[in-house]
Design a binder for this molecule. Structure first.
Ligand SMILES: Cc1cc2nc3c(=O)[nH]c(=O)nc-3n(C[C@H](O)[C@H](O)[C@H](O)COP(=O)(O)OP(=O)(O)OC[C@H]3O[C@@H](n4cnc5c(N)ncnc54)[C@H](O)[C@@H]3O)c2cc1C
Ligand code: SF4
Length: 449
């Protein structure tokens, strides 16, 4: 008998040490470290890092201001391009973006742009400094639907221009996945909520626990507002469609539990995470850090098709998580609802399917039984349901927009994950969508009255 498997799941309420393991991973830079790091920057003309940042923050300029002790000015430079600079400083895949483009990266260490950005932003939020003045009222009203990074960015930018903004959010807290989905290791909830408060201080009226489509309806919004911006993100985790799926935990809910209800989160000893994207990696990290003896990530394709960032993949391997590729779950075995194992089949990759990736083909007679006392699925998110309910034109289930973020319905704009039909989604891209959509909406309101 495997004693570990027979033992009850770990109760975190009795484990403050386990909870401490989930605190923000990187410490803030000290004043001295920030000065030393900023002094290393070559202040490139036409800097590649600025081009590589999706919001095109003037990076040499904000770093220069740090080097002269002007932290408020530095934060202003960041916020002028990216209203969610504190979140992005923590969650951006900097290796793939700004730091990946740093000219010092080829021979030395790239400048720690993300951590310097965090240094400047922490200064402003720590001291509760106001940065922007709001333009005088235009008399125009805009409704923003969904208070994640795209919605907050759009709402804040429009408020700065003098428009009256109502931001509707169906959850009790605003911030979207920054508040509910990104693990505390990377971003504490308080950082996301401080940014929400900053957007509210710009004059945005936030209405939480209001689900657009139910109360209010979109028709009501169209009647009462001059423009609408939809930034509803994506939906729940899709179904696997296998017997016993009801005993599999939802990865997004698992992460949310670790952020908002850690004392109620129960962690297995032998955990299987289905999926190999960044959400799956986050679930595996939580389980491992909270005491799981063995965490295995299961993916039906190979290492080459994984959607997780390479640095995240390396990180989770260092955490002690193991991988089982070319393996597909087919049935959960349980006794009276207590998970015992996951039945799987081995896979061989065939011709590309509709997603353009090699299609997984089960190998006959290759069944295997993997012992587990907790199974979590993190296999992506469903497409935004509001798009079909509104009969907006869509592309692969995502809302279709033109270059101005205008949907097929006049006066309705959209941005963020809900329009990301191609490429991988990220917070900084959602922030950029919100900013650019705000400019288009502003043009429309100013030019068309
Ligand atoms: C687990 C996880 C980890 C991630 N980690 C990272 C990371 O480390 N780095 C990174 O860059 N990106 C990461 N991402 C991606 C990033 O979080 C998203 O790209 C980003 O949050 C998208 O912003 P958004 O505003 O489009 O959508 P969301 O953040 O999903 O916000 C949408 C908001 O709309 C609300 N809403 C939905 N429907 C309605 C309605 N009908 N009425 C009112 N409100 C509604 C939702 O409640 C939500 O608050 C991660 C994603 C996940 C799932
Ligand atoms: S917003 Fe992200 S990509 Fe842009 S400079 Fe900051 S950390 Fe880098």
């Amino acid at each position: 008998m495997n004693v570990a498997l027979e033992a009850p799941l770990t109760d975190l309420s009795s484990s403050p040490a386990a909870r401490a393991a989930l605190q923000e991973l990187l410490p803030p830079l000290t004043e001295h470290e920030a000065l030393t790091e900023s002094a290393r920057c070559l202040m490139c003309f036409d800097a590649p890092c600025t081009h590589a940042c999706p919001t095109h923050i003037d990076i040499p300029k904000f770093i220069k201001k740090i080097s002269t002790g002007n932290l408020r000015g530095s934060a202003r430079t960041i916020l002028e391009s990216n209203l969610l600079g504190a979140t992005c400083a923590r969650v951006c895949p900097v290796q793939e973006l700004c730091e990946g483009a740093c000219v010092l990266g080829s021979e030395h260490k790239p400048i720690a742009i993300g951590r310097l950005q965090r240094h400047a932003m922490d200064h402003v939020y720590g001291k509760k400094l106001a940065i922007f003045h709001v333009a005088k009222s235009t008399g125009k009203k805009v409704a923003v639907v969904g208070a994640g990074p795209a919605g907050l960015s759009c709402a804040g930018e429009l408020a700065k221009l003098g428009h009256a903004i109502t931001l509707y959010e169906r959850r009790d807290l605003a911030g979207g996945l920054s508040t509910y989905g990104i693990i505390v290791l990377r971003e504490p909830v308080e950082v996301a909520l401080a940014e929400v408060a900053m957007v509210q201080r710009l004059g945005v009226r936030l209405e939480t626990a209001r689900e657009v489509g139910e109360d209010p309806t979109v028709t009501e919004l169209q009647k009462n507002f001059d423009a609408v911006f939809i930034s509803v993100g994506l939906g729940n985790t899709p179904q696997l469609g296998i017997p016993g799926e009801e005993y599999i935990l939802d990865g997004l809910q698992y992460i949310e539990g670790s952020k908002h209800r850690p004392s109620q989160l129960r962690v297995g000893h032998n955990v299987i995470v289905i999926g190999a994207g960044n959400t799956a990696i986050d679930c595996a990290t939580i389980a491992r850090r909270l005491g799981a003896d063995c965490v295995t990530m299961l993916y039906r394709r190979s290492e080459n098709e994984m959607t997780a960032y390479p640095h995240e993949y390396d990180f989770v391997k260092r955490e002690g998580v193991t991988f089982l590729f070319l393996t597909q779950p087919v049935k959960v075995h349980h006794e009276n609802g207590v998970v015992k194992s996951l039945e799987c089949v081995r896979i061989v990759l065939g011709e590309p399917d509709a997603s353009g990736r090699p299609s997984p083909q089960p190998i006959p007679g290759s069944t295997l039984l993997l012992p587990a006392d907790q199974i979590i699925k993190a296999i992506g998110q469903n497409k935004p349901s509001l798009a079909s309910r509104l009969k907006l034109k869509s592309e692969k289930g995502f809302i279709q927009v033109n270059a101005d973020f205008q949907t097929s319905a006049p006066g309705i704009f959209a941005g963020g994950d809900c329009i990301r039909a191609r490429g991988s989604a990220s917070t900084v891209m959602a922030v950029q969508d919100g900013k650019l959509a705000a400019r288009s909406i502003h043009q429309r309101l100013v030019n068309h009255g």
